[in-house]
Ligand binder design. Structure first.
Ligand code: GZL
Length: 321
């Protein structure tokens, strides 16, 4: 008769209580974390994955990891496999906000705690997860908007903006747009004349920016990109159209990855709003706290800054992602 992990654990616990096994043996049982990652769509995501893998290793936590290639059905499949394997904790970054209640109820029924990292879900039932740790995307959008309002304060005529949105339905795309529009709506000179998803990738960002340039040409004053990868793709399109990025078209993006600092140092990107992917250590602490029976806050917000091109060269050497 094969014993599954949970039965084995309870047998070990009984043995330890009976004094047959030293508690230290029990204590040495490695915690197992199942992590369902969004994909590998951007520099940010690559750094986020690296942070999770290295932090699990440092924490002595066994990590089961999956890459969903930005498909929700793959993330749901991965979560179900972690439930079947009876991992100690499940964590994931939901590729989109909706459609998670069923699988999260299955995890709850299996008594496996779930941690949301990076992105949120729009479930009405917040008992389906222990905590959500990640950035305040609305505030990131506000920071981008405030920088633009300041930059254009002496501009008299219309400021025509094109917007490269992140993955449709994802928390960062919805919330960054919301925060940006909340700030610029104070002045009617700011007009978003085109807005379309570039799915957070360089390739799609370039493709959509080419279409924007074809349709609007020299009318475009500003590009607001929901992440650096799409901005970097768009910079290529702007240069191929014979225009000067960050001069003919002001470019604002979000993440603060190395590629953005390199673009700012080259004078091709005006500003990037920081969104830290380095969530690994915080996640491992949460896993250990949960298994130790500690109560966690429902929301853990990562603190972040904003980096205009003027400070890029000075800041670049100390950047960690
Ligand atoms: C934000 C994260 C976003 C990044 C993109 O926390 O979910 O996904 O802004 C990444 O670069 O693809």
């Amino acid at each position: 008769m094969t014993m599954n992990r949970r039965t084995l654990t309870s047998a070990m616990a009984a043995a330890a209580v009976a004094g047959l096994l030293p508690a230290s043996v029990l204590a040495q049982k490695k915690l197992v974390l199942g992590f369902a990652q969004v994909g590998a769509e951007s520099e940010w995501r690559t750094a986020n994955t690296e942070s999770i893998k290295s932090a699990a290793k440092d924490a002595g936590i066994e990590l089961k990891f999956s890459d969903a290639q930005q498909k929700q059905e793959n993330q749901i499949k991965a979560i179900r496999s972690y439930i079947a394997q009876k991992v100690d904790v499940i964590a994931f970054s939901p590729v989109v906000e909706s459609g998670w209640d069923t699988v999260l109820r299955e995890a709850k029924a299996a008594k496996i705690p779930v941690v949301l990292t990076d992105r949120a879900v729009n479930s009405k039932d917040d008992t389906l997860y222990v905590t959500f740790m990640g950035s305040d995307f609305v505030e990131e959008g506000r920071k981008a908007g405030r920088w633009l309002v300041e930059k254009m304060k002496d501009q008299k005529g219309d400021v025509n903006i094109v917007e490269l949105q992140g993955t449709v339905g994802s928390a960062p795309a919805i919330d960054r747009k919301k925060g940006f529009e909340e700030i610029i709506k104070a002045d009617p000179k700011f007009k978003i004349i085109r807005s379309q998803t570039g799915d957070f990738t360089r390739a799609k960002g370039k493709e959509v920016m080419e279409a924007f340039l074809k349709a609007e040409g020299k009318k475009i004053n500003v590009l607001f990109a929901h992440n650096d990868d799409m901005a970097i793709g768009a910079i290529q399109a702007i240069e191929e159209a014979g225009l000067k990025p960050a001069k003919d078209i002001t470019i604002i993006s979000i993440d603060g990855v190395k590629g953005a600092f390199e673009a700012m140092i080259a004078g091709k990107l005006n500003v990037t709003v920081e969104c830290s992917p380095l969530l690994g250590p915080q996640l491992m602490n949460a896993v250990k706290d949960i298994k130790a029976g500690k109560t966690l806050p429902k929301r853990i917000v990562t603190e972040e800054g904003i980096f205009p091109m003027e400070v890029a060269a000075k800041e670049f050497p100390s950047r960690k992602y």
